[in-house]
Unconditional design. Structure first.
Length: 280
């Protein structure tokens, strides 16, 4: 890890009550500890049902924690609820897999982006809010008139850009990205990952990047944590975890990952070089 941890999980445990009479609760997450540094991207990988989303939900306060702690910039947020939890939204945000579900279809995009800017205590004038929204839209590659349109008038990739813009609107310190590109086709996915990387360089937010896609991990995340049945079985620099996995479970995950398309990879590298040249 580089820098101060902005997010720290310390022996986290999540248990769900069992349905059967007198059955013990089901342990879904057991003794999970890790840190995410400032402006760092840490990937959390594992097969379906290993508990990735549950960890994200526990950090966001969307599922009760049975043991351990979640610390945001050193502050224990494990059991914050109500207003205290809402106040965290300037520092802790999330992007989910399905941009269709995460945007309010009845609100024009400008209103969706204004919401996080206008939470209690905001001193921004109307003109400043408009300016912020125009700036956010520009940063995520959408035209300024997008503010007046509704989510249904955008493609899946554009909708995810709107969800990303909303998540970074207040420059949070940590963003939980739960499979944010899984619903997108490969090219749109690459563009969304480039956008997330660019926003991280600009705003300095850290990402906990939840994915089952090991092909994405190596390029996008500095470190990777491997989760098996609710426990971390391996962690290390992403290149090492993907290329020289130590744990048998990680080796199985790597073996099952689709081989990245070399033509597409070359094209992406060229696009990035062109973009860097264009932006100086
Ligand atoms: N509300 C709940 N009540 C009981 N069990 C649950 C609940 N939510 C999740 N689980 C169980 O917890 C385990 C972990 O689920 P989770 O969604 O965190 O896995 P995941 O790794 O994110 O999977 P996927 O990649 O398929 O999204 C699963 O066995 C799931 O059935």
């Amino acid at each position: 890890m580089t820098g101060t941890p902005v997010l720290r999980l310390d022996g986290l445990a999540v248990r769900y009550p069992s349905r059967g009479f007198r059955r013990p609760p089901t342990t879904v997450i057991e003794d999970v500890s890790f840190e995410v540094g400032e402006a760092e991207t840490v990937a959390l990988v594992g097969e379906s049902g290993s508990g990735k989303t549950t960890i994200g939900k526990a950090v966001l306060g969307l599922t009760p924690v049975s043991g351990g702690r979640v610390l945001l910039a050193g502050r224990d947020i494990t059991r914050l609820t109500g207003r205290a939890r809402r106040l965290l939204s300037s520092d802790l945000q999330a992007i989910f897999q399905n941009p269709y579900g995460s945007l309010n279809p009845a609100l024009p995009v400008g209103r969706t982006l204004a919401e996080p800017l206008l939470t209690s205590g905001s001193t921004l004038s109307r003109a400043e809010v408009h300016e912020h929204i125009a700036d956010l839209l520009r940063r995520v590659g959408l035209p300024e008139d997008a503010a007046g349109r509704y989510p249904a008038q955008f493609s899946g990739g554009q909708r995810q850009r709107i969800a990303i813009a909303r998540a970074v609107a207040r420059r949070p310190r940590v963003v939980i990205c739960d499979e944010p590109t899984s619903a997108l086709d490969v090219t749109t996915q690459a563009a969304a990952l480039d956008l997330l990387a660019e926003l991280q360089r600009t705003f300095g937010c850290a990402y906990l990047f939840i994915t089952h896609d090991l092909a994405v991990v190596k390029e996008f995340a500095a470190r990777t944590l491997v989760l098996q049945r609710g426990r971390i079985v391996e962690e290390g620099p992403s290149a090492e975890v993907c290329e020289r996995p130590r744990h048998a479970y990680t080796r199985r995950l790597v073996a099952a990952a689709p081989v990245p398309d070399p033509v597409l990879q070359r094209r992406r590298r060229q696009e990035r070089t062109d973009m860097r040249a264009a932006t100086g």
